[in-house]
Design a protein. Structure first.
Length: 202
């Protein structure tokens, strides 16, 4: 019991650290402070990195594989946070229904490609996550074999975006899923993916 509490505290503290890291990345990338402040901030950041690097694991912590399926079993009111321990992954919380998934996000300046527009690679990342995690929520360990993205119009930064995904067709180990991004009720991008269930268990 005590170990579980300690683990829970440690997990919560790690999540807070990752959230602070995201805030730091955005502040670093957009700061307009002067030369002296930049040098000072860099020195402080390197000192923090040195502290954290004293004990480290080779890979980023992973969420529990079954967590999306548990959220889906509860219903759309339950949220599942993707890559909670990964400061570079796009931060999003998915909600599952029987047949699909949705999420509400805002992409900040870190995700800019063309001016004022979400980079196409991040659009693909977001949609692959929406499709792949829906597969995971349905209890299937599957990988993306192909992913076709159609960019209809620019996906804007700093604006509310609605994300959707659903299963189109299941044929043995092959599942076709589709997803899309909406801004102001208009689709900016769509994805169609082929997922192959792995033969081996995880
Ligand atoms: C922890 C969970 C994380 C989930 C994350 C999901 C999102 C991701 O980021 S996935 C990462 C990116 N994707 C990858 O790295 C996948 C790399 N590719 C692979 O590992 C393999 O090619 C893989 C697993 C997709 C398929 O390989 P394998 O299991 O050997 O399948 P294989 O037996 O060749 O093919 C099975 C069927 O799928 C078909 N198929 C396989 N790949 C394709 C393809 N790209 N296009 C069309 N059909 C295909 C085959 O033709 C075959 O069809 P049929 O049964 O009718 O003959």
């Amino acid at each position: 019991m005590r170990a579980v509490e300690e683990e829970t505290d440690h997990r919560a503290a790690t999540l807070e650290l990752i959230e602070a890291t995201r805030e730091l990345m955005l502040a670093s990338a957009t700061t307009e402070m002067g030369l002296a402040e930049l040098h000072s901030a860099t020195e402080q950041m390197r000192a923090i990195t040195a502290v954290l690097a004293q004990r480290r694991r080779p890979r980023v912590l992973r969420g529990d594989f079954d967590a999306p399926a548990r959220a889906r079993a509860i219903g759309p009111e339950a949220g599942y946070r993707l890559f909670p321990f990964h400061p570079v992954a796009f931060p999003m919380e998915m909600h599952f229904s029987e047949s699909g998934a949705r999420a509400s996000v805002v992409a900040n300046a870190l995700f800019e490609g063309p001016r004022e527009t979400v980079h196409g690679g991040f659009v693909a990342h977001i949609l692959d996550c929406m499709l792949g995690t829906l597969m995971q929520a349905r209890g299937t360990l599957a990988l993306t074999a192909s992913l076709e993205i159609t960019y209809h119009r620019r996906t804007p930064l700093d604006e509310p975006l609605e994300l959707f995904s659903r299963i189109v067709e299941i044929d043995g180990r092959k599942t076709i899923a589709e997803g899309w991004i909406e801004h102001d009720g208009v689709r900016t991008a769509e994805a169609r993916g082929l997922f192959i269930a792995l033969k081996e268990t995880r």
